[in-house]
Design a protein around this ligand. Structure first.
Ligand SMILES: Nc1ncnc2c1ncn2[C@@H]1O[C@H](COS(=O)(=O)NC(=O)[C@@H](N)CO)[C@@H](O)[C@H]1O
Length: 422
């Protein structure tokens, strides 16, 4: 969320942010509301002062003056009561609008419309060359009895899957590997619920615009979050942390749920786009400094690169353009891993810095060493998300005999096995 003062004083900058992010935002309505609220607050203040000075006269007044004075005081109170509901309504309307105002993107972020305008900034790893006809990930899974789709779809609906046998162990090995790596880098491991209250989804920026992507449980007024970022981002809501406690590094581990509304027909086969998946999430709260945010953005990205390299997957990094990064982001990189059956790179990680856009929503602050209270900066990145990561993994490591080679770094988590499958 932006500071309304910032918008008043930098209207062109904020209008440009909406333009380059293709966000249709009604600044005139926002500023009209802002003006109305300022006027109404002025009126309330004036009436309260009038009522205070007025009420002081009553004890000193004579018996015949008193009834008129009391009546006038009552009239002021009635006028005040008449203003408050519309002031409250306009303040709520302004807040809801402010929640949709776009964060200013980094001047270094590429300007563009959508993912086609994302810029490739790095490529790593040789693409696999097969001297046999490679299978796609669904064929590998079915050949090895490593997953089931049809029967579970009859039970759980579309975009569901169940992993079986060694695939369950491989998925856990990937998460265990990522969690241990993050722990070794000083991250606090946190298993989080997927259930979340509305304000936690507002806190990350998933609400108000992304409601249609989130499962809702009306009886309990709870939501199923699509990422542990939601829970981690509200853990310190309303806190005033001390600077020496920063940065806070969390590795969140949770089931993630997504409705994938609007993705009808996309990636309907297999494990790329499902309704429920597991993710290890890197999440950082740091001090209010663009340099500090850039430093952690780089660390988070490099950590995920290490994991992808340890999985021996060819990948590229793209910097997301302004039209693809979303409302709250300052800067965002995706890691995309090579999927042979599609002959293209597919997103497996998303690494973002948001400065104080989220912390203004959760009111997460810190007292700096000069005693000044400031909003923190937040960042997040995927460490590993399955089953999507299994797709490049199975396809790139498949052998002609149908087995799948296990990269050296993962073998200790799979009883030392060099291959899975028969
Ligand atoms: N519907 C889905 N099915 C399977 N995997 C998914 C799905 N949606 C996202 N993912 C995985 O989760 C990763 C992170 O999702 S994200 O929305 O891009 N980003 C976040 O959630 C951030 N909190 C960083 O993790 C994606 O890169 C992808 O690997």
């Amino acid at each position: 969320m932006l500071d309304i003062k910032f918008i008043r004083e930098n209207l062109d900058t904020v209008k440009n942010a909406a333009k380059v992010k293709n966000i249709d935002f009604n600044f005139d309505l926002l500023l009209d509301l802002d003006r109305d609220i300022t006027e109404l607050k002025g009126k309330v203040q004036e009436l309260q002062e009038k009522r205070n000075s007025h009420s002081k006269k009553i004890p000193k007044a004579s018996a015949e003056e008193r009834p008129a004075l009391i009546e006038e005081g009552r009239a002021i109170g009635t006028e005040l009561d008449a203003i408050k509901p519309s002031l409250t309504e306009k303040e709520l309307e302004l807040r809801n609008l402010l929640l949709q105002a776009p964060m200013i993107p980094s001047p270094d972020a590429p300007i563009g419309n959508d993912e086609n305008d994302n810029v490739e900034v790095k490529k790593h790893g040789e693409l696999p060359q097969f001297n046999f006809k490679p299978l796609d990930h669904v064929e590998i899974l079915e050949k090895q009895n490593w997953a089931e789709f049809e029967k579970i779809a009859a039970v759980s609906g579309s975009r569901s899957y169940s992993l079986r046998n060694d695939m369950v162990l491989l998925e856990m090995a990937m998460h265990r590997y990522a969690l241990e790596k993050l722990q070794s880098k000083g991250f606090t491991l946190v298993s989080t619920p997927s259930l979340a209250r509305e304000e936690a989804l507002v806190g990350t920026g998933h609400f108000p615009t992304g409601r249609d992507q989130v499962y809702y449980l009306p009886e309990d007024d709870l939501y199923l979050s699509g990422t542990a970022e939601v829970q981690l981002n509200s853990l310190h809501s309303k806190d005033i942390l001390s600077e020496d406690k920063l940065p806070i590094l969390y590795a969140g581990y949770s089931p993630c749920f997504r409705r994938e509304a609007g993705s009808y027909g996309r990636d309907v086969r297999g494990l790329i786009r499902v309704h429920q998946f597991m993710k290890v999430e890197q999440y950082v709260i740091c001090k209010n400094s663009p340099e500090e945010s850039n430093k952690w953005h780089k660390i988070l990205l490099e950590t995920s690169e290490e994991i992808v390299q340890d999985f021996e997957l060819p990948y590229r990094i793209v910097e997301c353009c302004t039209g693809d990064m979303g409302t709250g982001k300052v800067r965002m990189y995706d890691i995309e891993c090579w999927v042979p059956s599609e002959q293209k790179y597919r997103e497996t990680h998303s690494c973002s810095q948001l400065h104080d856009w989220q912390s203004r929503r959760t009111n997460t602050r810190y007292r700096d060493n000069d005693g000044k209270v400031q909003f923190v900066h937040t960042l997040n990145n995927t460490a590993v998300a399955t089953p999507r990561t299994l797709v490049p993994f199975l396809e790139c490591h498949q052998q002609e005999d149908g087995r799948v080679r296990i990269p050296e770094k993962l073998r200790p988590y799979l009883g030392g096995a060099e291959f899975l499958g028969k």
